[in-house]
Write a protein that binds this ligand. Structure first.
Ligand code: COS
Length: 382
């Protein structure tokens, strides 16, 4: 059976996220984007209402949101400001390996403190020479006695400069290639962990993105997630879960752009009538609305599969790729409806377009999503 009605709790959650986006995020979005600044005041409020720890199970102090709940709020928050949304949801990305593979003790030790004060976390997979080819990462974790000694560096890491906790992927058995990768929990204060270059991004500028350097970083063996050698699977299973919310963010950004274009088209008069009355503009608006709805359906379906505990890798990849492509297309076309005004920084459109671009790149480029989808659909070839 297919059901599209949200529960009363989900409707309340959606309304809360929408109100937060409208009141707390949107009015400050341009300022933090322009200044390339960390939106501390907004994040304090986001922590108070629970958005920073919403996917941590309730027994460890978090909000215990389901995957459907998560995509519902992701759409609303990203419509407010995609950069601020990324700051919030990268926490969920970094916590997911611990939620899925951590022991009860690890969850109590590392997740619960994150729920007690405003805290951030980072997912450290990407390296300069291991982006799409994540299995080729070069960061090493050498077992010495009862500790692991981590050496290497990670780049383009969201939240890196503000995080207290890092989920780190490093190879503990390089002879085994990607089957030697393991996942570790590394607290910020660990000696030898430093933050390198802070990136100056085209869009999503309220989100902090930096390099993380590990020089003889020692963590006890208790910080290893699950067991040695399954780090790559941990990373992949995490991304299967977190790519649908990226798709939801695409829906949110596209929705915000479309709403703005509609308001503009209804009041902008050219050739004696509002431009919304020209069929080209009206049909363009209809097309955008169709694609946004289609994207939302893919996102919700992927999240529903996750909540049901069913395989969702292909559907999550479809949701992420399609919805972020829609965000890019819709923001570009919505900007065009505003003409010259759309291109100016006085209007929110150019920021929406810059923000949309990153959704096609992070958490796996859309080319990688197509690889994941095509491999599953085509299957083995003899
Ligand atoms: N769930 C469980 N296991 C998975 C999996 C998944 N979603 N995806 C792959 N695996 C397993 C495979 O089954 C294989 O295990 P076996 O050798 O035991 O069969 C192993 O992992 C290696 O998989 P594969 O052969 O597909 O690896 P490739 O290097 O060919 O490709 C891709 C893997 C390209 C899909 C992966 O590297 C990827 O997702 N890259 C993008 C990384 C990314 O998203 N980075 C963004 C940074 S995080 S913001």
């Amino acid at each position: 059976m297919i059901g599209y009605s949200l529960t009363e709790e989900q409707e309340a959650l959606q309304a809360m996220a929408r109100e937060f986006a409208e009141k707390e995020m949107k009015p400050k979005a341009a300022k933090y984007d322009e200044g390339h600044e960390f939106p501390e005041d907004v994040m304090k409020k986001a922590f108070e209402v629970g958005f920073l720890t919403c996917t941590i199970p309730k027994e460890y102090g978090g909000g215990g949101l389901s995957d459907i709940d998560t995509v519902i709020i992701s759409e609303e928050l990203a419509a407010g400001c995609a950069g601020m949304y990324t700051t919030m949801m990268v926490n969920a990305l970094a916590y997911t390996p611990i939620i899925l593979f951590g022991t009860d003790e690890q969850k109590k030790k590392f997740l619960t403190p994150q729920t007690e004060k405003m805290s951030f976390a980072s997912f450290c997979l990407t390296e300069r020479e291991a982006g799409s080819d994540a299995g080729a990462l070069k960061t090493r974790a050498k077992k010495v006695g009862s500790e692991y000694v981590i050496n290497g560096s990670k780049c383009f890491i969201s939240n890196a400069g503000i995080a207290e906790l890092y989920t780190v992927f490093a190879n503990s058995n390089p002879d085994k290639g990607m089957r030697g990768i393991s996942a570790f929990i590394v607290p910020r204060e660990t000696s030898g962990l430093t933050i390198g270059k802070v990136e100056d991004k085209m869009g999503q500028r309220a989100s902090n993105t930096a390099e993380v350097i590990f020089e003889d970083v020692k963590v006890p063996e208790e910080n290893l997630l699950a067991k040695e050698g399954i780090g790559f699977i941990i990373a992949m299973k995490t991304l299967d879960k977190t790519r649908a919310p990226v798709g939801a963010a695409g829906v949110g950004v596209a929705k915000a752009a479309l709403q703005y274009a509609i308001e503009y088209a209804k009041t902008r008069v050219q050739f004696g009538k509002p431009i919304a009355l020209f069929q080209h503009i009206a049909f363009q608006i209809a097309q955008m609305a169709m694609e946004i709805n289609a994207a939302r359906h893919l996102v919700w379906h992927a999240a529903w599969l996750m909540d049901e505990g069913k395989p969702c890798g292909k559907e999550s990849a479809m949701a992420k790729a399609y919805a972020s492509d829609v965000a890019m297309k819709v923001t570009t076309e919505a900007l065009q409806i505003l003409g010259g005004y759309g291109y100016m920084k006085d209007f929110p459109m150019e920021k929406l377009m810059r923000d949309a671009k990153l959704l096609q790149i992070y958490e796996g480029t859309n080319e990688i999503q197509r690889l994941v989808i095509s491999r599953e659909i085509i299957g083995p070839i003899k």
